[in-house]
Design a binder for this molecule. Structure first.
Ligand code: AKG
Length: 269
């Protein structure tokens, strides 16, 4: 069943991103929010966020010293509500409309910007973090909290996905040269709690500091068409959960459910 309208699909194809409203119900978000509070108190410690020379361009010395981000990978390992979220039908069907019919989860990551000094993100593509052969890869940002101009909503360079994979500065976290790719040229994409923003692995994006008194909590899920082979980076070689359709046979891809862990042979006494 198609989840997206023709107009939404066209917007995504032209701009490389799309905000889909009310994907998660208030009850679903309340369950995710409660579990996230527990996860953040129990399993994460705020850190400085992404490093690199871009920080001097984006932040004053005081902000640079105080900037805070809490991040954690694979929240589905910590909470059943997040395990359900990765399969949430409205979200997964919207993704299948754009890159399917087969869709495989690649990863899930929390980005929670701390209050008052919530770390910004420099302009970048997600491609250098987990490069794939084609653009048949989408990131989905579940908005646990509303994202606004003041708390650091996402900002996109419209149509930049059409440029394909770009060379990034590899000092600290991969990012694009701040003088060439300016956050001021990007379009803000504020969103409400429960909305999902979809964007291509090639879309250039970033976000400003969170200057409000509350945390800004977004969770990113990376989804690919399983025919799109990964060439390096995070979670390389790890098979993901199929969230839409069935896994096709893909040349060069072997499914090793035990990842890189090789069981030791049993001891014979
Ligand atoms: O959370 C943000 O503000 C930015 C997230 C981002 O850049 C990403 O997920 O690639």
């Amino acid at each position: 069943m198609l989840q997206l309208t023709q107009q939404q699909t066209k917007f995504f194809e032209a701009n490389g991103y799309l905000r889909v409203e009310n994907v998660f119900s208030p009850d679903e978000i309340a369950a995710l929010s409660t579990d996230l509070e527990y996860i953040m108190q129990t399993w994460t410690r705020p850190g400085r966020g992404w490093e690199g020379p871009w920080r001097q361009k984006y932040l004053t010395a005081d902000q640079e010293a105080k900037a805070q981000l809490s991040a954690l990978h694979e929240l589905q390992l910590y909470s059943a509500a997040f395990a359900r979220a990765m399969l949430q039908p409205k979200m997964v069907e919207a993704i299948a409309d754009l890159i399917g019919p087969e869709v495989e989860l690649h990863h899930m990551t929390l980005h929670a910007k701390g209050p008052e000094f919530g770390t910004p993100f420099p302009m970048h593509q997600d491609h250098p973090f987990y490069p794939h052969e084609s653009g048949q890869y989408l990131d989905a940002l579940i908005h646990i909290d509303a994202a606004t101009e003041e708390n650091g909503c996402l900002k996109f360079l419209k149509g930049s996905h059409k440029m394909g994979a770009l060379e990034h500065v590899k000092i600290g976290s991969p990012h694009l040269p701040p003088d060439e790719y300016k956050i001021a040229d990007a379009v803000s994409c504020p969103a409400n709690s429960g909305d999902v923003i979809l964007f291509s692995i090639h879309t250039i994006h970033g976000s400003n500091m969170n200057t409000t008194q509350q945390w800004r909590r977004l969770v990113r899920l990376g989804y690919r068409n399983p025919r799109n082979r990964q060439t390096g980076g995070q979670a390389m070689g790890r098979p993901g959960i199929m969230v839409h359709g069935v896994r096709p046979v893909v040349d060069g891809v072997t499914i090793n459910p035990y990842g890189n862990w090789i069981p030791q042979p049993a001891k014979v006494s």
